[in-house]
Design a protein around this ligand. Sequence first.
Ligand SMILES: Nc1nc2c(c(=O)[nH]1)N[C@H]1C(S)=C(S)[C@@H](COP(=O)(O)OP(=O)(O)OC[C@H]3O[C@@H](n4cnc5c(=O)[nH]c(N)nc54)[C@H](O)[C@@H]3O)O[C@H]1N2
Ligand SMILES: Nc1nc2c(c(=O)[nH]1)N[C@H]1C(S)=C(S)[C@@H](COP(=O)(O)OP(=O)(O)OC[C@H]3O[C@@H](n4cnc5c(=O)[nH]c(N)nc54)[C@H](O)[C@@H]3O)O[C@H]1N2
Ligand code: SF4
Ligand SMILES: [Mo]
Length: 702
Amino acid sequence: MNNIDNQERQILETEANHIVLTNCGICNANCGMKISFANGHIVKVEGQAAHPVSKGYLCPKGKAIRELVEAPDRLKRPLRKTVDGQWQEISWNEAFELIAEELKTIKASYGAEAVAVHVGQAGVGKEFTPYVERFCQVFGTPNFSTAGSQCHQSRAMANTFTYGVFPKPDYENSSCIVLWGYNPPESCPPLMNDINKARRQGAKLIVIDPRRTSLASKADFHLQLRPGTDGALALGMLHVIIKEELYDQAFVDNWTSGFGKLAAHIEEYTPERVEKITKVPASRIEETARLYARTSPACIAQGNALELHSNGFQAARAVSMLQAVTGNLDITGGAVFAPPLKLTPLRLRNHDENPKQAIGQKQFPLFYKYTHQAQANIYTEAILAGKPYPLKGMIITGSNPVLTWPNAGKVKRALASIDFLVVVDNFMTETAKLADIVIPASTFLERDELWNWSGELGESRLVLAPRVATDEGLMTNWKFWIELAGRMGYGDYFPWATEEAALNDRVKPLGFTLEGLRHKPDGIIYSVRTEKKYERTGFKTPSGKVEFYSDELKSHGYDPLPIYQEPDESPVSVPGLFSEYPFILTSGARTLGYFHSRYRNLTSLRKIAPEPLVEIHEDKARALGITDGDTVIVESTRGRIELKAKLSAEIHPDVIFIPHGWDEANVNLLTDNESLDPITGFPPYRSLLVRVSKKTEQKSGF
Ligand SMILES: Nc1nc2c(c(=O)[nH]1)N[C@H]1C(S)=C(S)[C@@H](COP(=O)(O)OP(=O)(O)OC[C@H]3O[C@@H](n4cnc5c(=O)[nH]c(N)nc54)[C@H](O)[C@@H]3O)O[C@H]1N2
Ligand SMILES: Nc1nc2c(c(=O)[nH]1)N[C@H]1C(S)=C(S)[C@@H](COP(=O)(O)OP(=O)(O)OC[C@H]3O[C@@H](n4cnc5c(=O)[nH]c(N)nc54)[C@H](O)[C@@H]3O)O[C@H]1N2
Ligand code: SF4
Ligand SMILES: [Mo]
């Protein structure tokens, strides 16, 4: 049978229309897309049935890309804010001249470090991001930051300190799957193919989540813990596994160091004590630990919820040790080690040492060492208080900090007061509104995009998602930085005449060409999976072994073992505050129809979730006189928001949940950028104290 999805990727021309095969660039699932055009417009968007990962699936966001590309409110021209606060269209030439001139002026007056460039989630894994980093290096600012200030890097670092890499769970071949603060039905639905397949083959499922999600209700064990106590739970499970000698003795003897210290460290984390901390019954902790340790192979997915606490790094490190003591490393069905292919690097090694420290480098030296990035969560202090030095200019691309960064009130004040702000976006976001210059961005459909995936969703793949839509007035993200570099006089470092030439350079050392990739719709699938490679090479840690005890952490003044510390703001750490703010807020769990602050303007997605809702336990709501749909006020010591209540029997009674990304009720007005994780600077989006009250109608009397 001739299946077009398996044919060479190309435009299949008929008279008036054509079909293009590409990949969705919204989330990391990268689903295969088949897009039909008629008269230059998208008329149909479908999944590719034969796609190796998504197998025909597209989520509502993927299906809504016509609405995205053709949105009436899309930005098409560069805009400049006039002195009276109006937007004035300017030419591309004017935009580049204005930006280049301002950057040069700030650099001359305050030094290059007074400019920061932030690439948000829309730049994660995208081909333009390394060029932005290179631009920062040549300009001379160490203040290049990404969504890695709030996402992924803390988990990745914690795992790397234990065994040298951040491995991926091999769900498909696993007999026991633990989803720890991870909810793929909303955040990465195609992964459910693998999880469901494993379950059909008898795999056990353990979900660790303060909400009883639909997946949690189907799990063998659902541990409904108090938010931010994940580290204690992991130590309690380690206690059971070590005390009952359920660990992999041979692996521990041969391939780890510091086990004795870990064994002594977990003594005090008895299931009974951990029950008091986490609110998970001791018997459940024991049963879960036994099931996990006795079932082999087992894998643990460590979600974003694990790292978004003031104690997130050590929590992820404790979880990493569960995988290590059970010997579930680098084995089929366990934690697999699959590095991505190495494209031609764009970072300039000879520019690595900047005489000025990046913002956050002093406070979070290991975060800087690991990421070579500034910690964006504290830019506000540099802008508002000049600490550690003044930040005078910023370029923000692919991010909407006013809705997504912690302590949004402060973020807004900071961005409103900075001397010069450029925002590159598809839409006039709440952040763009504060800018001096707004630059229209392309969407992933309007550019060639390289995806270099390393095995989280099946095999490792290098894929070219080709440009399928064109709008001549737009400039691709890549082109913007190349043009700006040219205006700044950095042409020697940015010699590529076209994006195609640049991409060809990137894939050349691997023996690929862009043209070759165009003919491979599913990409180049390469297997770099290893099996117990450490037996030949050791682990990529200073000692070559799994490090339960880390000298490097100790030498920086951090705890070398994964201690549990209460979240900075919790019922236990600040009981006085808790008596006034008696709920624990967890924010930002993903919902299928939106992507962070994106897509509230797309009709089909807005229909799925028309407004933000605070999820509150029905008993607690009743006690406060709140019924379903009532407007309530939620307050923290930082701010207050109003939104409607959604009563639930599924959420932990002490916890409320609010989604992020809504301007109508911006939950980040409540969150905090002071009690950051001491090692990574990650913000505590998922465990803070708040109070809830019913909004009473103000009767206007005469
Ligand atoms: N639809 C959609 N998909 C997305 C995104 C999106 O915005 N929308 N964003 C993408 C990005 S950048 C990321 S980082 C990922 C994140 O995706 P995931 O890693 O899956 O994380 P979340 O969905 O944010 O949270 C997972 C679960 O953690 C639970 N949780 C909350 N607090 C705690 C806690 O203290 N401990 C534990 N154990 N669990 C807790 C939540 O209730 C939630 O069910 O999603 C990606 N995919
Ligand atoms: N309270 C709370 N806050 C959170 C979280 C949480 O769980 N709770 N999660 C955090 C996490 S994990 C993350 S990753 C961050 C994400 O936060 P951000 O990095 O701010 O991500 P988005 O809100 O998706 O903003 C992306 C912006 O880029 C634009 N855009 C889309 N495509 C492109 C493109 O191709 N080019 C350019 N230039 N722009 C584009 C979109 O229109 C949008 O305005 O949010 C964090 N914020
Ligand atoms: S799950 Fe949705 S957003 Fe993610 S790649 Fe697939 S279609 Fe796109
Ligand atoms: Mo994220």
